[in-house]
Each structure stands twice: as C-alpha cells, then as structure tokens.
Design a binder for this molecule. Structure first.
Ligand SMILES: [Zn+2]
Length: 174
C-alpha cells in the first residue's frame, strides 16, 4: 500500500505550487520558495450516542468508503466555524431525519481516517443525544441503513474505527 501520511503524500506547496516543499519537524512542511508553513492538525469530528426506550444503541451502516457496509455511529466532520453541538444535530438530521432535543458531551478519542489515499487524523467527540423521537427515521446521505442494537447483538469486528468501538463500549459500560 502507498503511504498515506500527509508528509509523505504532499509533493508541492499548496500556496505557490513550488516542488521545494519539504518536511520540517514531525507534523509540518515548509516551502523553500515562499516560506509557507503547513501544519498537520487533527480534524474535529462528532459521533452521536442515541438510545431507544429499551436502552439499545443506534448504529448506522456506512454507505461510503472507507468501510462501506460496516457499522458506525451517526456523525461526521465538523464544518469550519461550526460548534460541535450544532454539527451533531446537523449530521443526525442529514443522515436520519432526526430532530434533537438535547446534546451532552461524553468523551473524545483520536482516529486515523484514510480518505482518497490520504490520512486525516481526527479527534472524534462522542455526544449523548436525546432525540425528539426515534420513530419515522430514514437512512439518507452517506448511510444505507440503521438499527438499534443491544450490546450482545453487536459484532464489534464490523466497527472499523477504534474510536467508535471505544464509544460504543463506553456506552454500555460507563
Ligand atoms: Zn510556496
């Protein structure tokens, strides 16, 4: 497999296009022509913990790569300028048509998300979400299905992201 780390993938300065774009330290690159200094930072992402009345947890089935057909929590990347609480409500609306009553931060975990052969280092933040309703939901956007699971109904090997596996385990064993 080709390396996916940004320091290995990026070949040209994204500002001036110079090929004199070199690694400078553990997580940055510098352009020798225009002095542009590029940093590899964590990208913020959110994941929702939504339970039904029986205490089963909502998991989605991914409809995009990486991990097409695998299990995930509802969520996604935070848009620039967007609060995390808004991002979680937006993602739940986009993926499931869910309206959110309340959102409470639980914990965070890092993850490496390889998208188009490029590693994005994320900081995934889990939120406990109380929805207005868990009926009338519909799988949309980048998911193809969803279901409420008891812990013993979950095949954890079908959850590719270690951060999401951790959030799901924490949910059942807080
Ligand atoms: Zn440059």
């Amino acid at each position: 497999m080709q390396p996916t780390h940004p320091l290995k993938v990026l070949k040209f300065c994204p500002k001036c296009g110079s090929p004199a774009f070199v690694v400078s330290g553990e997580r940055s690159m510098k352009c020798l022509d225009c002095s542009f200094h590029f940093f590899v930072n964590a990208a913020a992402a959110v994941a929702a913990l939504v339970a039904n009345q029986e205490g089963k947890l909502l998991l989605t089935t991914r409809g995009i790569e990486p991990g097409y057909g695998k299990l995930d929590l509802p969520g996604g990347f935070i848009d620039p300028g967007e609060p995390a609480e808004k991002a979680i409500a937006r993602e739940l609306h986009e993926e499931l048509g869910m309206k959110v009553q309340s959102v409470e931060y639980v914990c965070s975990a890092p993850n490496e998300y390889i998208f188009s052969a490029f590693s994005v280092f994320t900081l995934d933040m889990a939120f406990r979400v109380i929805p207005e309703s868990v009926t009338g939901l519909k799988a949309m956007d980048d998911i193809i299905d969803f279901k409420f699971y008891a812990e013993d109904e979950i095949d954890f090997s079908l959850i590719p992201a270690p951060s999401i596996r951790q959030f799901v385990k924490n949910f059942f064993h807080p």
